[in-house]
Design a protein. Structure first.
Length: 260
């Protein structure tokens, strides 16, 4: 079969046109793909920015709540505590109407202190839910050091504890009660906090070198009963060892299988 020059020219022209069309389609496809990738990248960047912005807002909110709670507890709470101590000194010396007024002031200051503690606990609860147990504990340690209340020796073997937020809050409250007892009653200059994590348990130890107490003196005070009752809620154990004039050690054992 013979082809004329015209037929050959038509074939070549058709081939060239098809090639050009295919190239244009390919280029257009690449362009669309690149454009889609660019849009997707931009969307991801916008989403990431919005997420970081939201996290920043949460961080600022939590820091603000934490700051307010600490200031209420540390500043105003301490001043009211001093005021109450002063009224306690006045009460035995007061007579008649002045005695009644001093007693009412003492009761009112006590109610204010309790209200401030309750309010600061609400703020700190949010802190524990957001930051977690260890971060909240370390913030509490920083507060103690900042106020120069005690020398703190702190050790932890794992910063990635597996514990749900509700249980973390209860554990934090127990440790917080331990610390409060040391500050108020032990006359200790140093507190040792240790958090040990293993496969089954999280063990927390709080130890001081204060005056200690005997079992007869202890008689299960309100603070110690609160610690044990809170521990029972999350199926944990609180054990207290104390030797007179040598100090007190509290061990808290949290079973990880309690939540799972």
């Amino acid at each position: 079969m013979n082809f004329s020059e015209m037929d050959f020219l038509i074939i070549v022209t058709t081939f060239v046109i098809l090639t050009v069309v295919l190239m244009m389609v390919a280029i257009y496809g690449i362009f669309i793909k690149k454009k889609s990738e660019l849009l997707l990248t931009q969307q991801k960047q916008v989403a990431l920015y919005e997420q970081e912005l939201a996290n920043a807002h949460v961080e600022i909110k939590e820091q603000t709540l934490n700051y307010i709670g600490q200031e209420l507890h540390d500043d105003l709470g301490q001043k009211l505590s001093v005021a109450r101590l002063m009224t306690n000194k006045i009460l035995p010396c007061s007579e008649n109407e002045n005695h009644v007024i001093a007693k009412e002031i003492n009761l009112l200051v006590g109610e204010c202190i309790q209200d401030i503690r309750n309010l600061s606990k609400v703020f700190i609860s949010k802190q524990v839910e957001h930051f977690g147990f260890l971060d909240s504990l370390e913030r509490e340690i920083f507060r103690i050091q900042r106020l120069n209340l005690l020398e703190v020796e702190y050790t932890v073997n794992n910063h990635d504890l597996e514990i749900n937020s509700e249980h973390a809050l209860i554990l934090f409250r127990i440790v917080q009660e331990c610390i409060t007892n040391v500050i108020k009653h032990s006359k200790s200059k140093k507190i040792m906090l240790k958090v040990m994590d293993n496969r089954q348990n999280i063990m927390i130890f709080v130890k001081d070198n204060g005056i200690g107490f005997t079992h007869e003196e202890n008689n299960e005070g309100t603070g110690l009963r609160n610690m044990k009752s809170r521990a029972q809620i999350i199926n944990s154990k609180v054990q207290i060892y104390s030797v007179l004039n040598e100090g007190t050690k509290v061990s808290i054992i949290y079973n990880k299988k309690t939540y799972g």
